[in-house]
Design a protein around this ligand. Structure first.
Ligand code: ACO
Length: 368
């Protein structure tokens, strides 16, 4: 008995348009190009600090109500706790990619930890990500400064010196922009795991594993690789045409939900433009973007392909000094806000997520 082909009429292979959870946290309107984070349009949050978005997302879900200032104060000691935990484990990350190293270090967070788990997970990522990036550059980890905000300390732990306010603002803007985004693959993974009562740390580690893929959070590094490979204005058109002719996907373009421009792209473009030296890099990126959109429209006339968040993510993170191999970890530092909130919301919702599959395999022969 042979397997039956899966019929698109009776299955939704990517769960497109399937509503799999109710949430108060964020809403993505793909047709209008709008992202709402708990009642706020994304562009109204562009100047917020990361801690303010944590307060917004965690409100009513975390066991204790905390304002942004209290969250900032609690994250500092939690970063120090994560740093102490990390020190003996750091050598074990040698030979791993940066995101694999983050996955390993997060696995050391124990379900028995006394610090509220959403706080500890959120505090730990910048500590681990900065130390991993430094270790790859042959430098020792820098201990956190608990008195600083999360973005300022992230950059300080990365560079070993305090960051300029404009750089801190750019990173805050980035962390806020990627904080939550509906039921994306990593958030869904987190909610599935949370629904089994496996706990916060297991849920967010599962989310990180989903984020790691190039179709989700692994794209911004390759965006810079693409810009570097193109190199000059003259090479933009032939390089893109050749890549598309080979059937390659252009990194930083296309989205499952957005059919118009991803609103996060413009917020991040604004963040780069405000940085010293940002304008030159943007000019070249914009020329690549314009040509890529024109060629994609010609190549895929039936599929509106627009710029996604990863395109300008690459420029922001490069401008504040993150090595490209660390970009997925920085994404995780921001998205941890949404993951932790969704995990807590799922735990309150209470029902095990257990969909069905449609069996299309062979059936046992019936005896004659
Ligand atoms: N470049 C070239 N062609 C593309 C691109 C792209 N970036 N994106 C989609 N297409 C093509 C596909 O090849 C497909 O063509 P086909 O019908 O001839 O096979 C068609 O457009 C439809 O694509 P889908 O696979 O249906 O799009 P899907 O919704 O599954 O994928 C995704 C969305 C994964 C983001 C895709 O656009 C992609 O691979 N983009 C490049 C990687 C990227 O930028 N990832 C970051 C996403 S943002 C985020 O997760 C934070």
């Amino acid at each position: 008995m042979t397997d039956q082909a899966i019929s698109p009429a009776h299955s939704t292979p990517g769960l497109d348009d399937v509503i799999a959870a109710e949430t108060v946290l964020s809403h993505v309107d793909g047709a209008a190009g709008e992202l709402i984070i708990r009642g706020h349009a994304l562009d109204s949050l562009a100047d917020w600090r990361f801690e303010s978005v944590l307060a917004l997302l965690w409100a009513g879900l975390a066991p204790e109500a905390m304002e942004a200032e209290a969250i900032r104060a609690a994250l500092g000691p939690a970063r120090a706790q994560a740093f102490a935990l990390m020190q003996p484990l750091l050598p074990a990350t040698d030979g791993l990619s940066q995101v694999e190293a983050l996955r390993l270090l997060l696995s050391a967070l124990a379900d028995g930890a006394e610090t509220p788990h959403h706080l500890l997970a959120t505090a730990a990522v910048p500590v681990f990500a900065a130390a991993i990036a430094r270790r790859r550059a042959g430098e020792a980890a820098v201990a956190p400064d608990p008195s600083l905000g999360q973005a300022a300390d992230f950059l300080r732990m990365l560079h070993g010196v305090p960051a300029a306010p404009e750089q801190v603002q750019a990173l805050d803007s980035y962390l806020v922009t990627v904080a939550d985004h509906g039921l994306n693959a990593s958030t869904f993974a987190a909610r599935v795991i949370a629904s089994t009562r496996a706990g916060m740390f297991s849920s967010v580690i599962g989310a990180l594993c989903a984020l790691k893929g190039p179709l989700h959070g692994g794209a911004p590094g390759p965006v810079l690789d693409m810009l570097d490979a193109i190199g000059t204005e003259d090479n933009i058109r032939p390089w893109l045409a050749a890549a598309l002719a080979r059937g390659e996907r252009l990194m930083g373009f296309g989205h499952r939900i957005y059919r118009v421009r991803d609103p996060r792209a413009d917020v991040l473009k604004g963040a780069v433009a405000r940085l010293r030296d940002g304008a030159g890099r943007i000019r070249f990126a914009e020329a690549v973007e314009a040509e890529a959109l024109a060629q994609l429209a010609e190549k895929k006339p039936l599929r509106p392909l627009q710029t996604n968040v990863e395109f300008f993510t690459a420029l922001v993170l490069e401008a504040v000094g993150f090595p490209r191999a660390s970009f997925t970890n920085v994404f995780a530092a921001g998205r941890m806000a949404g993951w932790t909130a969704h995990v807590m919301e799922q735990e309150l919702a209470g029902r095990l997520i257990r969909p069905k599959s449609r069996y299309v395999g062979p059936v046992p022969e019936v005896a004659a």
